[in-house]
Design a protein around this ligand. Structure first.
Ligand code: ADP
Ligand code: MG
Length: 312
């Protein structure tokens, strides 16, 4: 599905700093894109000496400049239910530098450290909101039946950097990683760091640390723009019994008949959680006792793409 968001005019949209003729300066900060209705964008193309042309473009959903982060996220939220039902989900922002990709995906950026601000919850973008929603949905499930791992990757000049990799002192630094093609023909980054997170604030802390490493190259349009792609991945692992293993679980999931070996791969926190008797998947002993349990992984990929004016 393709949605289109129009952001409000901002001070840097004015002619200041652009070497253009007086004539054009007057029109420079004029509004040209309008949400004609919630599925149509109207673009007014006017050039001096030419008759103005109106063009319309259709999308599944169009947001006008006054529509909030909340409204945008509301259309995305149902995808997260699908995620826990076993579907892989990818949400990406595409557009030229300064068009609002990072604002939409993360929220407003803090000036001093390039992290995103969590002070004003209403300004939070899709990435923190999606994570909150994933943990909310998980909290409705039996305790210990789902766990979440995070990886944060930057793609810059065709190179992949692991933004959660740590040096020997535990300090986060961006390490270049190789991509390999697996026997099944899929691309994989084998040495990528995956961190287990238990709640949304742990996640935000982790992503913020990674974000501070993000490679930035100021452009004329907007000083904090980025020429790198940012890919935040949440890997959700769950246990389903053979009976529940219906058609909705088809796809990229890994499934295995649980045995001692598989249950030993549980994160430490999971293994220690033996006291929770309500949980089917809370202890390896219980798991082994249950017939035909399968471990299933689904992925949520949240992508803030580099400015699309660089695609050429
Ligand atoms: P991009 O990541 O596409 O280069 P940004 O997300 O950095 O663009 O947005 C550019 C500027 O516009 C930022 O200062 C951002 O806070 C602001 N901005 C973007 N979209 C909106 C919006 N919908 N409402 C208010 N400010 C916005
Ligand atoms: Mg950006």
């Amino acid at each position: 599905r393709v949605h289109c968001r129009i952001r409000p005019l901002l001070p840097f949209d004015t002619a200041a700093g652009h070497s253009i003729s007086q004539d054009r300066q007057r029109n420079f900060s004029e509004k040209v894109a309008y949400a004609a209705d919630d599925e149509t964008v109207l673009v007014k193309c006017s050039r001096p000496g030419h008759a103005s042309i109106n063009k319309t473009f259709q999308f599944e959903r169009v947001y006008n400049a006054s529509e909030s982060q909340d409204t945008v996220f509301a259309d995305v939220a149902p995808l997260l239910t699908s995620l826990l039902d076993g579907y892989n989900v990818c949400i990406m922002a595409y557009g030229q530098t300064g068009s609002g990709k990072t604002y939409t995906m993360l929220g407003p950026q803090l000036e001093e450290n390039f992290a995103f601000s969590t002070e004003d919850e209403s300004e939070l973008g899709i990435i923190p909101r999606a994570t909150q929603e994933v943990f909310r949905l998980i909290s409705e499930k039996p305790p210990g039946s789902y766990w979440v791992e995070v990886s944060v990757v930057e793609v810059y000049n065709n190179e992949i950097f692991d933004l959660l990799a740590k040096d020997s002192c535990g300090k986060v630094f961006g390490v270049k990683r190789d991509v390999v093609t697996t026997r099944e023909g899929k691309s994989d980054v084998p040495l990528l760091t995956y961190e287990t997170v238990e709640n949304a604030s742990e996640f935000l802390h982790l992503v913020n640390k990674g974000l501070q490493l993000r490679v930035r190259h100021p452009t004329l349009v907007h000083a904090h723009s980025s020429r790198s792609h940012l890919v935040v991945t949440l890997t959700i692992t769950t246990i389903v019994s053979g009976d529940n293993f219906g058609t909705s679980w088809e796809g990229e999931q890994t499934s295995q008949r649980l045995n001692k070996e598989v249950s030993c791969t549980f994160p430490q926190k999971m293994r220690d959680n033996k006291s929770t008797s309500s949980s089917r998947a809370s202890s390896p002993a219980q798991l082994e006792a249950t017939e035909k349990l399968k471990q299933v992984k689904t992925r949520l990929q949240l992508v803030d793409l580099a400015g699309s004016e660089c695609v050429g």
